[in-house]
Design a protein around this ligand. Structure first.
Ligand code: V47
Ligand code: SF4
Length: 388
């Protein structure tokens, strides 16, 4: 899949003048404004947006597509909050299909990867009142005691805000404790849509947008990088997406602490917003492209493959995306329960590499901080003793 080169967009007289002027800005690597971001969503057709986004993506990363070898731990799906889009959580009183892993269960999950070349564990789950700051700090310390090499990317700002509030410590104190016990970075979840009116309707009771941004700003100040997500395709309007990205772009100018922006497509199975129709794949691709164009100070744009499926992920690589997350090893239920294509998300490194090569890109295994581990251009998998 490829889109026209940006140079041919610049000369195309059938494209409206205001869109040409945005293309010129992109071509000269200038930042676009809020209004221009909105115009892209309202008027930019798929091919045009893809050309601009691919130009930026190739300027930043050439032909590279990044992935990592990772697994998730979801300690519990019991949650004190009641986000309307969530298919995964169970209220504390709903015991039927709720789970709550013990510390022993969690450590066993990590031990499953003894001797295997995974580089990251992503720990995220429901917000359980009994699993507090010290519990998680001790857990991370135990994980690091036998797996010091693994990067611990853990807890959304929503979980962290609750932990700090319960432990009666500031965000800075809470994050310092977790960092001292081995937490390396924060994932991007819990951001949803920052617009306060939309947030009130879809996730009224969890941390506010200001708290989410403050938590990430504090993490960055302490030298803990993070990611940022945006849940799109539900009741939000285009202006709310641009507002969301704008707030992130402003914080990134200040801290430079975000690694990756991850748009997350709303999936409508088994939640309180099931009456809302999911957006099309074309809208997913348009959204990746506008994100790449707008978020000029974010190095990476991730398509989370378990959410959108393998084929859309492959196509997204022509619409601004340079990262597709990792092997996952069927260790997450968040999207499976919300109706995503991938009901048992697991890909071996070889399968990820083949997926990327099929669309003529260069597969690069990275660590969480985007240090290059292996360039798979001419890699011979038959030599691997242990595969993941
Ligand atoms: O914040 C919940 C989303 C997020 C649904 O940082 C849903 O590398 C769609 O943030 N439809 C948590 N989305 C997961 C997350 C994440 C995932 C992968 C990588 C990283 C990273 C972070 O999942 C939540 C929420 O926005 N979510 N329910 C749903 N029905
Ligand atoms: Fe709880 Fe997170 Fe689900 Fe909200 S999205 S209900 S905070 S698990």
């Amino acid at each position: 899949m490829s889109t026209p080169k940006i140079e041919s967009i610049l000369l195309d007289s059938s494209i409206p003048k205001d869109l040409i002027s945005i293309a010129e800005k992109v071509y000269s690597q200038e930042r676009i404004t809020f209004e221009e971001g909105l115009l892209l969503y309202e008027k930019g057709e798929l091919g045009y947006l893809g050309s601009l986004a691919n130009y930026i993506r190739e300027k930043k990363h050439g032909n590279a597509v990044y992935f990592n070898r990772n697994f998730h731990i979801e300690p519990t799906n019991m949650c004190v909050f009641d986000c309307k889009f969530c298919s995964y959580s169970r209220l504390l009183k709903q015991k039927d299909d709720a789970w709550e892993l013990s510390e022993e269960d969690i450590l066993k999950l990590v031990h499953n990867y003894d001797g295997k070349p995974v580089t990251e564990v992503h720990i995220v789950g429901g917000v359980h009142p009994k699993m507090g700051l010290q519990y998680f700090a001790d857990l991370i310390k135990k994980i690091k005691s036998f797996r010091p090499d693994i990067h611990v990317k853990a807890f959304t700002a929503v979980e962290l805000e609750y932990m700090c509030r319960k432990a009666n410590v500031s965000y800075e104190e809470g994050l310092r404790i977790l960092k001292a016990h081995g937490q390396d970075s924060l994932p991007g979840g819990g951001a949803e849509i920052f617009d306060e009116e939309i947030r009130k309707q879809i996730c009224n009771d969890k941390c506010t947008s200001a708290q989410w941004l403050e938590m990430h700003e504090t993490a960055h100040k302490l030298g803990m990088p993070s990611n940022a997500t945006m849940l799109y395709g539900h009741i939000e309007k285009f202006e709310h997406r641009v507002d969301h990205m704008d707030r992130l772009r402003i914080l990134q100018d200040k801290t430079k602490g975000f690694n990756t922006f991850i748009p997350l497509k709303f999936r409508n199975k088994g939640n309180q917003m099931s009456h809302i129709k999911e957006v099309s794949v074309v809208e997913d691709l348009r959204n990746y492209a506008v994100s790449r164009i707008y978020m000029d100070n974010f190095a990476h744009l991730k398509a989370y493959w378990p959410m959108i499926g393998r084929v859309t992920t492959q196509i997204s690589l022509a619409f601004g995306v340079d990262d597709i997350d990792g092997t996952i090893d069927d260790s997450t239920k968040i999207y499976t329960m919300a109706g995503s294509e991938e009901q048992s998300p697991a890909l071996t490194t070889q399968q990820l590499v083949e997926m990327i090569k099929q669309v003529k890109r260069t597969p690069i295994e990275r660590d969480t901080l985007y240090n290059v581990i292996t360039d798979y251009t001419n890699y011979d998998f038959s030599k691997e003793e242990v595969t993941v």
